[in-house]
Design a protein around this ligand. Structure first.
Ligand code: ADP
Ligand code: MG
Ligand code: MG
Length: 350
């Protein structure tokens, strides 16, 4: 049953694992998919997206990482869960090319059950990350990541079956720029079946320039993620008239919601500062992040995505929200010690 149970009511034997996880029936992420180039250089680069593939690779020392915010979160969730494999399913869009093949291979290595819509009009999306000291600049060429089509993929019987099997859904706000109709279809399914639909604000520009799309989806959102700047921009755009992050969280929680069986949970991370979470009923709590020596931080890119992955890995097991936040902080703390959104073989989280 998707109904959330309190731990007290669970029989002793199942307390450690309140929900038995099975293959490809738990967490589903839908979005584009991109390949990330991390280039370390002294120079400032302003390359037009279409030359990325060629120039960056030739001119600089480049590392490749499979990416896309949602795909990273889903991989982290599966990594946190470990067993069984393929608890997490991922839908995305790629081209028929080498980078597409790499993304497929990487998903397999991460034991994520990925189903890509493979189309021939655009190549697999890419993103260049130019890192100079503490600063970074990202230039994305969405290409195929912009081409996901509901009728070409989500609607297909075999794919929709996977949606029906899942009980938690995660979609990044970025995807609002690609396929609102896909998001709405999944969101409505979740709402009608009292399953969990979760969304990330993803970037300030989503709240600003995709406001209508965002607010069309909001009534279906059970868990809303974001960072401090996204929260501030959201507040401004919604006319909340407050810059206080706790107040913003409460106001976001109170926005109209279709499935009244669950209160909306709002989770705002704030980098090194404590994470804010609403839990229904006018309560907002702050959870300190794990301490880390700032010089041990290698790369904070993907920190928020890792947090979401950790959070979702516990949420799909019906764990308490506090435990979800703990897992999010754990995953984020691991990822910021490493380049890109990469992780060691096994997590050490209990
Ligand atoms: P985003 O990547 O979306 O901007 P945040 O910057 O809020 O997300 O980071 C998400 C999580 O990553 C934080 O809640 C925290 O656990 C961890 N984190 C990020 N930056 C730092 C930092 N400077 N020191 C400690 N933890 C951090
Ligand atoms: Mg941040
Ligand atoms: Mg983020």
């Amino acid at each position: 049953s998707p109904e959330k149970k309190t731990p007290e009511k669970r029989p002793e034997s199942s307390r450690k694992s309140p929900t038995k996880l099975g293959e490809q029936n738990m967490l589903l992420g839908v979005t584009g998919a991109i390949m990330v180039f991390s280039s370390v250089s002294e120079e400032n680069m302003f390359l037009k997206p279409y030359v990325l593939n060629h120039k960056i690779v030739k001119k600089f020392k480049v590392e490749y990482h499979a990416g896309g915010a949602t795909q990273n979160s889903i991989k982290i969730a599966q990594w946190m869960i470990q067993d069984p494999h393929k608890v997490c399913t991922f839908f995305g869009c790629i081209g028929e090319d080498t980078f597409g093949e790499i993304l497929k291979q990487k998903a397999e290595e991460a034991h994520v059950d990925a189903y890509y819509y493979e189309q021939t009009e655009e190549p697999t999306g890419t993103c260049a990350a130019c890192i100079t000291g503490d600063n970074r600049s990202l230039v994305a060429n969405l290409a195929a990541a912009n081409c996901y089509k509901k009728d070409k993929h989500l609607d297909l019987k075999e794919n929709w079956k996977l949606v029906e099997k899942a009980k938690v859904y995660y979609i990044a706000g970025f995807f609002l720029t690609v396929s609102l109709e896909s998001i709405l279809k999944v969101a409505k399914h979740a709402s009608e079946n009292n399953k969990l639909f979760t969304l990330n604000l993803s970037a300030p520009f989503i709240s600003q320039f995709f406001k209508d799309a965002l607010m069309e989806v909001m009534p279906y959102v059970d868990v809303l993620f974001g960072n401090e700047t996204e929260a501030a921009t959201f507040s401004k755009e919604q006319g909340f008239q407050t810059e206080d992050i706790e107040e913003i969280a409460k106001k976001a929680e109170a926005l109209p919601k279709i499935n009244k069986k669950r209160p909306r949970i709002v989770v705002f991370t704030q980098g090194k500062d404590g994470t804010i979470m609403t839990k229904g009923g006018d309560k907002v709590e702050t959870f300190p992040v794990l301490k880390i020596d700032q010089k041990d931080i290698v790369d904070t890119n993907g920190a928020g995505d890792a947090f979401v992955g950790g959070f979702l890995s516990e949420l799909v097991q019906d764990k308490e929200l506090e435990q979800c936040v703990k897992a999010g902080h754990y995953a984020a703390n691991i990822i910021i010690r490493r380049a890109g959104c990469t992780f060691p073989e096994k997590p050490d989280f209990h």
